[in-house]
Design a protein around this ligand. Structure first.
Ligand code: GLC
Length: 738
């Protein structure tokens, strides 16, 4: 045994030494190269331009560009690379960046849909597929994962993130970092991740993109930082600053964020890039008097590379000569950039095989992973009378503007997905039903109801109707905030029209965000919600409608009754006057009601208090029961682990998967604490009638938070714990920490 142990220790030591020596070797190469560089060449590395072609090739030949983005043509990329490597004095390769947000050619569900899977392993697999396809086209660096906590569906970019919960956000972010970067950065299929947008971008006032945020340091640390910190710990190679200002300080000029927290506290040794012109935008913010001043602020705050403000390439030399930027600061920035390029093996393999992408794009296993992701991302919101699955219907009416929308089905940030590869629901349903197709509306904003009569007539000839509504891709994503979250155009009217047929009505929503669909629920039997499900969304939805697959998706964001409720999220504070269900609603208010007669709690007279559907909500074609819930210990010390065990039964007639969620609540803190916090989740597959005994563990240490004294501690006291199928269900089980 001794010999084996010695062998194990020896190999572990060897591994560590290998890692260290590789790091040392890269550091040595970086310093050696840096020592040869002129100031102009250093500044060139800090400059990123969009596109390839002559302008990029000329700059690369002069060593005046360190990175290009938005080019995915291997031959064009190689042309810029040849200029950099073979014509510039030092032959430093450029790094090619691209927004590979939810797939490259094979498009997966948008990240909000990926979050709805609560399946980090599948999400990691999807990111790996994206990396394989993107690197085959010459992309070395993706501007993903987006980790912005989103609590306001009016913000169009909720589509690109993992929703409202820090724990789910963390699990999904780390999974994507791992998938993109793989196990060996120098592997040709490894692609640098870029965690973004640092930080607090999703808290934009009113859900208006790019807008102001007011986030305390404690809220940053308890809510907005965790996913970034976890991804830094997981080895994310780059980070992107955010457009917004926090309490008046734009993130791109915020040295508290970029130096104190990111470098000093977290030990991030990767590369920091601005968002598109976010350095230059500090002039519009009123934080810099001109682009030169903005450049000085960004560089001195710790931003290594400038995406498209042209401030770095234009002003750094002057600023260094004026003593406003130290050359040592430039050296540190360039060191981070060169380190990234060495780690990715760009010096050894700068060129891309122009035939590689044809070998990997849309590979069957890639499409299969995208389809599985789309199946698991769909959320069953309603299923009255078990109308779904439509396993007995023969002839169905397929209607609605999203039934056959190959481009829009891909969602936002799907630049490189080719819609001719999209399988739409109409195409897939035609494989398994007799389909009568009457779109009724041409696109999601269409208000022209002239074809409704055809839809009405068609419904009479069908056994059931499936109405595909939602959002065109352009209606979510960057700069696409909405003040109303109702279905656009005459889509709700179309659903109501089909309802009049008296046939079973299934509504499938394909959108980039949770919409306010309460009135539409009233006009259908069943509703499946699919956040832009990507290339294979049609096949996935057809399988779910037919019953070949069973829905397991859970909402990563709260579904509102009305946009006026935003921002709304499950992990809110309790307030001093929480809603208690006794409140009087608008239609019940008597004439001349006394001023304090309606209930003085935190609610809306018109839309009450609760959401339409809570975080973590999703039905199945079967039912699940939680039983025999027990805590191993209910009085715990700070070094203990909470152990909860319970039986989970599939009490229905179909096999299914339940996403079990574990929540805790810290009842009293030195600052008020959220009414619930997701701590664990697990996908559990159960055959009809099957029961499994589940054990979940949670170290007490994970109950820590930044308290009144800004210490990261677990405060002793009473807590509650839930295990349930969503954030609003289950019973509270008390425990205490001394
Ligand atoms: C955009 C986005 C950012 C993206 C970058 C490059 O403005 O804010 O998420 O990665 O520019 O396209």
């Amino acid at each position: 045994m001794k010999k084996l142990q010695l062998l194990a220790v020896g190999s572990l030591l060897a591994l560590c030494l290998a890692g260290c020596s590789e790091k040392d070797e890269i550091d040595r190469k970086v310093d050696e190269l840096l020592s040869k560089m002129t100031l102009r060449e250093k500044i060139g590395q800090m400059h990123q331009v969009s596109g390839a072609g002559t302008h990029a090739e000329e700059a690369a030949a002069k060593g005046e560009v360190g990175s290009i983005l938005n080019c995915v043509d291997p031959a064009e990329i190689n042309a810029v690379q040849r200029a950099a490597v073979e014509q510039s004095r030092l032959g430093i390769p450029v790094i090619v960046g691209r927004d590979v947000i939810h797939g490259f050619r094979t498009i997966f569900p948008i990240p909000l849909g990926l979050a709805a899977t609560f399946d980090p392993e599948l999400v990691e697999q999807g990111a790996r597929v994206a990396a394989i396809e993107a690197t085959a086209s010459g992309v070395h660096w993706t501007f993903s994962p987006m980790l912005d906590i989103a609590r306001d569906s009016r913000w169009g970019r909720v589509a690109e993130g993992s929703g409202e919960d820090p724990y789910l956000d963390t699990q999904m972010g780390v999974a994507m970092v791992r998938g993109y970067q793989g196990d060996d950065f120098a592997d040709p299929t490894s692609m640098a991740a870029c965690i973004k947008h640092f930080v607090g971008y999703g808290a934009a006032e009113g859900g208006r993109d790019y807008n102001s945020t007011m986030i305390s340091e404690r809220s940053l640390r308890n809510t907005y930082f965790p996913a970034f910190k976890a991804c830094v710990d997981a080895g994310a190679l780059t980070l992107m600053t955010s457009f917004n200002e926090i309490d008046g300080i734009p993130s791109t000029g915020n040295d508290f964020l970029l130096k104190d927290v990111l470098r000093q506290e977290w030990g991030f040794d990767g590369m920091v890039v601005t968002d598109w012109n976010s350095s230059g935008e500090m002039v519009a913010h009123g934080f810099a008097k001109d682009l030169k001043h903005a450049t000085e602020l960004s560089v001195n705050a710790g931003v290594d590379m400038d995406m498209m403000s042209f401030g770095y390439i234009s002003y750094i030399e002057e600023l260094v000569k004026e003593g406003k930027i130290k050359e040592e600061t430039i050296d540190n920035a360039v060191r981070n950039i060169l380190k990234l390029k060495f780690r990715l093996g760009l010096f050894d393999n700068p060129y891309v095989d122009v035939d590689a992408s044809a070998r990997v794009d849309y590979a069957p296993e890639h499409l299969a992973a995208a389809k599985q992701s789309a199946v698991e991302s769909a959320i069953l919101l309603q299923n009255d009378n078990d109308v779904l699955p439509l396993d007995k219907a023969r002839t169905i009416l397929v209607t609605g503007p999203m039934a056959d929308a190959p481009y829009d089905q891909l969602g936002t940030w799907a630049f490189d997905g080719q819609s001719e590869h999209t399988v739409t629901p109409l195409q897939a349903l035609r494989e398994c039903y007799e389909v009568i197709y009457e779109p009724g509306l041409a696109y999601s904003r269409d208000r022209d109801t002239k074809d409704f009569a055809k839809v009405r007539a068609a419904a009479q000839r069908a056994d059931a109707a499936v109405v595909f509504v939602g959002e065109e891709a352009i209606l979510s994503g960057e700069a696409h905030s909405l003040s109303s979250l109702n279905l656009q155009g005459a889509q709700s009217e179309l659903i109501a029209e089909v309802r009049k047929s008296g046939k079973p009505v299934v509504v499938v929503v394909i959108a980039g965000r949770p919409l306010t669909i309460e009135r539409d629920l009233a006009n259908c039997d069943a509703m499946l919600y699919a956040f832009h499900p990507g290339t294979m969304g049609g096949e996935a939805l057809a399988d779910l409608i037919k019953g070949k697959a069973v829905p397991s998706g859970k909402s990563p964001m709260t579904f509102l009754r009305d946009a006026g409720q935003a921002p709304f999220y499950y992990n809110h504070n309790n307030t001093g006057r929480p809603c208690n269900g006794t409140e009087t609603l608008l239609e019940d208010i008597p004439m001349k009601a006394g001023q304090t007669s309606l209930g003085c709690t935190s609610y809306y007279l018109d839309s009450g208090y609760g959401p339409l559907f809570p975080f973590g909500y999703g039905l199945s074609y079967t039912t699940f029961e939680y039983g025999n819930i027990t805590l191993e210990k209910t009085a715990l010390g700070k070094d203990d682990t909470i152990v909860v065990e319970f039986d989970l039964s599939n009490t229905g007639k179909r096999d299914g998967v339940e996403v079990v969620q574990l929540y805790t609540r810290d009842l009293v803190g030195s600052v008020v604490r959220p009414v619930k916090e997701l701590r664990r989740f697990e996908r559990v597959a159960l055959a009809a009638g099957e029961t499994k005994h589940i054990r979940m563990e949670l170290p007490v240490a994970e109950l820590a938070f930044w308290n009144r004294d800004m210490q990261y501690v677990v405060e002793p006291g009473d807590f509650q714990l839930w295990v349930a199928g969503d954030s609003a269900s289950g019973e509270a089980y008390p425990f205490s920490v001394e």
